[in-house]
Design a protein around this ligand. Structure first.
Ligand SMILES: O=C(O)CCC(=O)C(=O)O
Length: 265
């Protein structure tokens, strides 16, 4: 049923802030079995820090155990943000491509933040932010629509939360629209709103606009922050169509974020 997964407030938040968090898209038993499967793949015992030493932060090889977390509800919620046409099946992981591995994956790349020690307080505030882009960063959505980041454990603001710059998607769009060749992974230096560490519960899903600047952050909790990085991609058979002029009744939240009628000049 259209509109079944996201509230009007969540869609408004996506348009305004460039990200929002949704609960209930992945069944709890799948969240915990996937966390356990990622740990097993990496030879990690959550109760034994000695087994964490030397383990990767970005665990590309472990993508195979993540597919159960790619649920129909996640795709349905994604369609509510970008419209009916999204890519299905295997996707190219820019991360795996970048390290010269077989880049085709289904599901997600696990991203772990190991405890850094220190007081249970958020900080240091990241100083460098990026947009994921896919294989190349583009002003208009050519490959990537949404970053889909799933927490597999409860995450406090100080516990390795993903940090976003609210509103950056629109600022970056406006900044690059006059010179799209400038688009790159590193977020441009602009007067952003304050960085926001996104707290969440196990199973929460953060949907980020493809131009939403974000960063990882230090983990001052005692447990490993398990996250999954996936994406909703453009269906090549149905490329994104730009929407000129003022909003129309059939505009998606994504269309609103890319409106051009309010641009200065
Ligand atoms: O680990 C995180 O919280 C964010 C990771 C990140 O920046 C990314 O996956 O692009």
């Amino acid at each position: 049923m259209p509109g079944a997964w996201l509230s009007a407030d969540q869609k408004d938040a996506f348009v305004r802030d460039g990200f929002m968090k949704v609960s209930g898209l992945v069944p709890p038993e799948i969240v915990s079995s996937t966390r356990a499967a990622v740990a097993t793949e990496l030879g990690i015992d959550d109760a034994d820090p000695a087994t964490w030493a030397g383990k990767p932060t970005t665990a590309g090889d472990a993508w195979k155990v993540t597919l159960p977390c790619w649920t129909p509800a996640i795709e349905a919620a994604g369609r509510e943000l970008v419209g009916p046409h999204i890519a299905s099946g295997p996707k190219i992981s820019p991360y795996l491509e970048g390290i010269g591995a077989d880049p085709w994956i289904e599901g997600y790349i696990p991203v772990l933040r190991y405890p850094d020690g220190g007081e249970p307080v958020f900080g240091p505030v990241p100083t460098s932010y990026h947009v994921d882009g896919a294989r190349f960063v583009t002003l208009w959505p050519e490959e990537l629509y949404l970053v889909v980041f799933v927490y597999l454990v409860d995450v406090k603001d100080y516990g390795g939360a993903t940090v976003v710059l609210p509103g950056s998607h629109r600022q970056i769009f406006e900044h690059w629209v006059g010179h799209p060749e400038a688009a790159e992974t590193k977020a441009p230096e602009l007067a952003y709103r304050d960085p926001l560490p996104v707290e969440g519960r196990a199973g929460d899903v953060i949907f980020m606009h493809y131009l939403c600047a974000h960063s990882s952050s230090a983990n001052h909790d005692r447990n490993i922050r398990y996250g999954l990085n996936g994406s909703i991609n453009v269906d090549r058979e149905h490329p994104y169509k730009r929407r000129p002029g003022p909003p129309a009744a059939d505009w998606t939240p994504m269309d609103y974020t890319l409106r051009t009628d309010t641009l200065n000049g």
